[in-house]
Write a protein that binds this ligand. Structure first.
Ligand SMILES: C[S@@+](CC[C@H](N)C(=O)[O-])C[C@H]1O[C@@H](n2cnc3c(N)ncnc32)[C@H](O)[C@@H]1O
Length: 301
């Protein structure tokens, strides 16, 4: 067992093993239907956008929301196959972009395409000790893995609080966090067993209010939007791409796995369309304890 395994096994979120079960399924397989950049989260569509344009728009949305352009050090928590890291460095003139992932094959993929400005670490944010504070943090589609099923409401909130505490401790004062996550649209909804057991193991979604409650009092909420229709459209585009390249997909992964992926994409698209789950894009600014009028627990830090 590696150090990362040990640290995440006891953590309240998905273990490295559970993350690898899904994300290490095959880079080429994911590339077939996610596209060459393998961006694996909801796009941000405007009229006339195809999926690629909408994915780039989404990256730029988070770069702007986090105030990351031109900054010295930016962290991407859950960097996937590295599209955001490359955008930060190539287009947003960030000097050093650090990405965290628990997937070995994602880390290797990023490393192969990275110049000296990009650093990828196969490490949980729980174990990450930055050598210097970051100017901005983005996290897209990873928060869904930060709590596991079966936690009490207090334990779940505690898991999210630990993430915001990590961001607080890793960010310069005034620095921003841009966060994107799926959430339950209302309490009482649960993940279908097929998704919870076969696709995203050890992972539970937040309720809408939980990230905001967990950010209190260290972060000021700057913006919040629910783009569930954008995730539905993204999932439909992925499913079409996978079905269009079905023969290649089956040759890579087998009939059963491809059928399971198609089912998962359809079930999720339907859940967004029916407003069972939603897609939160939210940005937060780290409060300055020296000037905040908020209670002493913030000022004393
Ligand atoms: C759905 S993918 C999103 C990837 C990327 N942000 C994107 O939009 O394409 C989720 C990512 O979160 C990462 N992840 C999950 N739990 C994590 C943790 N505790 N620490 C760091 N990364 C984590 C996974 O390894 C994976 O890279």
């Amino acid at each position: 067992m590696t150090q990362t395994d040990q640290a995440t096994t006891i953590a309240p979120g998905a273990s490295a093993q559970a993350i690898r079960h899904h994300y290490d399924f095959g880079d080429d397989f994911f590339g077939l239907w996610l596209g060459p950049e393998r961006i694996y989260s909801a796009a941000l569509f405007e009229a006339g956008d195809d999926l690629d344009a909408a994915q780039t728009r989404k990256l730029d949305h988070h770069i702007a929301a986090a105030g990351a352009a031109g900054k010295a050090r930016v962290l991407d928590v859950g960097c996937g196959w590295g599209a955001m890291l490359r955008r930060l460095v190539d287009q947003a003139h960030v000097k050093h972009a650090v990405g965290l992932t628990l997937s070995s094959s994602q880390a290797a993929f990023v490393r192969e395409r990275a110049g000296p400005e990009i650093e990828v670490r196969e490490e949980s944010w729980r174990d990450h000790r930055p050598e210097a504070p970051y100017d901005a943090i983005v996290s897209i589609g990873a928060f869904e893995h930060f709590a596991r099923p079966g936690l009490s409401p207090e334990e779940k909130l505690g898991a999210y609080r630990a993430f915001f505490a990590f961001c607080r401790d890793s960010l310069n004062t005034g620095g921003c966090l841009s966060l994107q996550t799926i959430a339950y649209s209302a309490s009482g909804i649960t993940l279908p067993p097929f998704i919870a057991e076969r696709i995203f193991r050890e992972s539970e979604l937040p309720l809408i209010h939980e990230p905001i409650a967990a950010a209190d009092p260290d972060f000021e909420l700057i913006a919040l939007r629910n783009d569930r229709d954008h995730y539905a459209a993204t999932l439909v585009a992925w499913e079409r791409a996978l079905v269009a390249r079905r023969d290649e997909a089956v040759a890579m992964a087998g009939e059963e796995a491809v059928a399971e992926f198609v089912r998962y994409l359809r079930v999720c698209a339907m859940a967004f369309k029916l407003d069972a789950i939603c897609l939160l894009r939210m940005s937060f600014r780290k409060r300055d304890p020296a000037t905040s009028i908020l209670p002493g627990n913030l000022r004393s830090r």
